[in-house]
Design a protein around this ligand. Structure first.
Ligand SMILES: [Zn+2]
Ligand SMILES: [Zn+2]
Length: 127
């Protein structure tokens, strides 16, 4: 969570293009999943084309279902959502709220359970 002032050339509001003051994550729409899978399929096709024909063809795993992928949504002062809401992962259909609307138009996923604190790696003496 950043509290830095937004630079003029920083991210723009997804809805209106004004300088963004907050961003959050949402799931991919089916169209975006299809596009991501098409890119991956294309990459594999290219790799197959360039592969050594003397070798057995590559066995590709299933294409990614993108179920845990997210996209960033930016909101300006007008289209911002609350800090609490911005901490959640929103539905694929989530857009920045309309003018005057509180919050967004979807049911965000529940916040993930608190992860245990990562164990700090021991630094060698001298650090
Ligand atoms: Zn906006
Ligand atoms: Zn939402």
């Amino acid at each position: 969570m950043t509290t830095e002032p937004v630079a003029p050339d920083g991210p723009a509001c997804t809805l209106c293009g004004a300088p963004a003051v907050v961003h959050w994550q949402r799931r991919l729409t089916p169209t975006e999943v299809g596009a991501a899978q098409a890119i991956e399929q294309d990459r594999r096709d290219q790799a197959d084309l360039l592969a050594d024909p003397q070798k057995p063809p590559a066995l590709w795993p299933p294409l990614p279902d993108c179920a845990d992928w997210t996209r960033i949504v930016h909101g300006c002062m007008v289209h911002a959502i609350s800090r609490d809401a911005a901490a959640l992962v929103h539905q694929a259909t989530c857009t920045a709220p309309g003018v005057g609307l509180p919050g967004c138009d979807c049911e965000p996923e529940a916040a993930p359970a608190d992860e245990p604190e990562p164990v700090a790696a021991e630094l060698p003496a001298g650090w």
